[in-house]
Design a binder for this molecule. Structure first.
Ligand SMILES: Nc1ncnc2c1ncn2[C@@H]1O[C@H](COP(=O)(O)OP(=O)(O)OP(=O)(O)O)[C@@H](O)[C@H]1O
Ligand SMILES: [Mg+2]
Length: 644
């Protein structure tokens, strides 16, 4: 065995960094949490290449005194706790005093900071040691720039996923932090493209709209309940709005986003049987509790905590949610003030997009971000000057030789865009194109069993009786459910149209703008080609929205609503299941097209009976409901005891 020796500070820092800083999103999380702890009301996060090249977090918080900067980058140095008692009464997000030390151990870090009314400081740290310090402009707040993450730990780099995935992780964590702090104006952009902007007006519902999109926010309802220890409140999706993963559940404990399986289960329990299997709600559950009841010192990333009275809290959450769902049967949306007329014109929608406190994507890439907007925060202003200071030391981003990856403009030769899994998904989908002759494995969509179809004899129309067409063949009686039969026919017509080589389009006089939450937007963006295959052409319209100028004629009813429903089913697609998505979409459309019974003539009945025989499964509609029942001559005879 080699001799035992103490590790160098550098090495211990790197080891410790391994726990805290896993990926660009961890850097973003730690820096933003520091800004929040510093009392910032505005935080701006700009990343380049999904944070792999550069992450800048800027705030208008307290700033750091010149003589404290070194300490800020020293392991186990913190301003947030003093003694053991404090450790069990933590009211800040940070307290371990190691985030900055860890980040600077595995990247190049520049800090620009100033306390109100004092000259600022600029300092550089790299690979765990300080590279220099100088005075800088006086503007209250802190800006930390992290470049070339993991430059000295290549093994870590190898474990990173594609920039697209890393960006999603950044967006995800910033979304959750934003949901925990609606009173802070947070902006996130990637290579100049704004992905989130919250107004910081303290209204959680506004933040929900910024994060998940107005359309989802409108379908959510608020809830609130408290007991002697806890207060829980937040927003919930109604049971009909679900997602196929738990990722849309955010639990915020005193503002901190935490992962907690039991509490997530408590949320689901609140929905009870209103949720079907493998469907999860969108929920933001903010818990307020005395910090004494929480032990945050159990996990390096502080995303897991130990809670006293967890059972009581679970019960409170479950009952708060089930009460809210009961009360809310027809509660009007909590988002009325965010809602514009559903039929608003393109211009109105655009106005809305611009007016809501979200996003101006038209910013030039190299333009210097302006942080202070309307109010007179003398402060934190990433003005040209501070940029100049930065430029003395660092090469500006635009001169970089590295290729930029704008995640919103996938390039064909970008190997990250087409991941093996993505290709697999596409393959899966193509195998599942409508009108496949194989038996579908779906439990809902009926099987298209040819043998049955061939067995359906020619039916002779006899008459109509309320919802049923009465028909006869060779002495057998057939009762055909009018609605189900028409749905089966509509379903097949739609599948045929979806599958056509050339999908007939109908132009829209007023294009439709569909706005989404940032993550949903990125996800749909991944599937544009697939969606094009069924005749839906979505163009990136900026601000997390798509514009649609025409629609395939197989879509019926309210076009915007139908498009949303279809895209929603893409978002809800459970890739682990071999679901025939196109068939599901067609089934949904067929159901909408044929919404109820109508008066039909004998001639139309005859046509329905004839057409049914051509369908893949004349016995069921696309949702699996019975289309017809048959009573054979024998059965009839038995019924009337005529067999003797
Ligand atoms: N944006 C900021 N504004 C003002 N002070 C800051 C900022 N970021 C860091 N600091 C100061 O630097 C110290 C060290 O920060 P660091 O993130 O390393 O540790 P921490 O936040 O105390 O604990 P943790 O490791 O749990 O995050 C903080 O305690 C704080 O005093
Ligand atoms: Mg910290």
């Amino acid at each position: 065995m080699a001799k035992i020796h103490e590790l160098s500070e550098n090495l211990t820092n790197q080891i410790a960094a391994g726990e805290v800083i896993e990926r660009p999103a961890s850097v973003v999380k730690e820096l933003v949490e520091n800004s929040i702890d510093a009392g910032a009301t505005r935080i701006r996060i700009d990343v380049v290449d999904a944070g792999l090249k550069q992450i800048v977090v800027q705030d208008n918080g307290s700033g750091i005194e010149r003589d404290q900067v070194d300490l800020a980058f020293t392991r186990h140095a913190t301003s947030k706790i003093n003694n053991e008692r404090d450790l069990f009464n933590v009211s800040t997000l940070g307290f371990r005093g190691e985030a900055l030390a860890s980040i600077s151990a595995v990247a190049h870090v520049e800090i620009l900071t100033s306390v109100e009314g004092k000259i600022g400081t600029r300092a550089d740290f790299s690979g765990g040691s300080k590279k220099g310090q100088e005075d800088a402009a006086a503007r209250k707040g802190t800006q930390i720039t992290v470049k070339d993450l993991f430059f000295n730990t290549p093994a870590r780099l190898k474990y990173l996923r594609s920039p697209r995935t890393e960006m999603m992780k950044i967006v995800d964590i910033v979304n959750r932090i934003a949901l925990g702090y609606p009173q802070i104006a947070i902006t996130l952009s990637n290579t100049g493209k704004v992905l989130l902007r919250t107004p910081g007006n303290g209204k959680l519902q506004q933040t929900v709209a910024n994060v998940y999109g107005r359309h989802i926010a409108e379908k959510m309802m608020s809830f609130e309940k408290e007991d002697s220890d806890f207060k829980v409140s937040g927003f919930l999706s109604k049971p009909e709005l679900t997602r196929s993963t738990r990722n849309y559940i955010s639990i915020l404990l005193n503002g901190r986003y935490i992962r907690n399986f039991k509490l997530a289960t408590a949320i689901m329990d609140g929905y009870g049987s209103k949720l079907t299997a493998r469907h999860y709600p969108i929920a933001i559950v903010a818990i307020h509790v005395d910090p004494l009841l929480v032990d945050v010192n159990v996990h390096p990333t502080k995303q897991e905590v130990r809670l006293s009275k967890e059972k009581e809290l679970s019960r409170l959450i479950t009952s708060a949610i089930s009460d809210a769902l009961l009360d809310n049967v027809e509660q009007t949306s909590a988002f009325e003030n965010l809602t514009t007329n559903r039929k608003d014109s393109l211009v109105d929608q655009l106005k809305f997009n611009l007016n809501r406190d979200v996003v101006n994507t038209k910013r030039e890439k190299d333009e210097v971000p302006e942080v202070h907007e309307e109010d007179n925060v003398t402060a934190l202003t990433a003005t040209k000057k501070s940029k100049e200071i930065g430029e003395q030391k660092h090469e500006p981003i635009k001169k970089s030789v590295h290729k930029y990856i704008d995640l919103n403009k996938p390039q064909e030769n970008d190997k990250y865009v087409i991941t093996p899994t993505w290709q697999e998904n596409v393959e899966k989908q193509t195998q599942l194109t409508p009108f496949n002759t194989e038996k579908s494995s779906s439990e809902v969509i009926s099987s298209g069993d040819e043998t049955l179809a061939n067995n359906l004899p020619a039916l002779k129309y006899v008459g109509q009786m309320s919802a049923y067409i009465i028909a006869e063949n060779d002495g057998d009686l057939f009762l055909v459910d009018q609605v189900a039969a028409r749905r089966r026919l509509a379903f097949e017509k739609i599948r045929k149209a979806m599958n056509a080589k050339k999908i007939v389009q109908q132009g829209l006089l007023t294009p439709i703008v569909l706005e989404f939450g940032n993550l949903d937007f990125l996800q749909i963006k991944n599937k544009l080609d697939e969606i094009k295959n069924i005749g839906i052409y979505l163009e990136d319209f900026g601000q997390d929205s798509f514009i649609v100028r025409s629609y395939p004629t197989w879509i019926n009813g309210d076009i915007e609503e139908s498009l949303r429903r279809i895209l929603d089913s893409y978002l809800n697609l459970d890739h682990s299941k071999n679901t025939n998505l196109f068939a599901r979409i067609a089934a949904g459309q067929a159901k909408k097209e044929i919404s109820g019974r109508i008066k039909i003539s004998a001639a139309e009945c005859i046509e329905i009976l004839n057409n049914l025989r051509q369908t893949a499964d004349p016995y069921h509609d696309a949702d699996g409901r019975l289309v017809l029942v048959r009573m054979s001559q024998n059965e009839l005879r038995k019924m009337f005891k005529k067999d003797e």
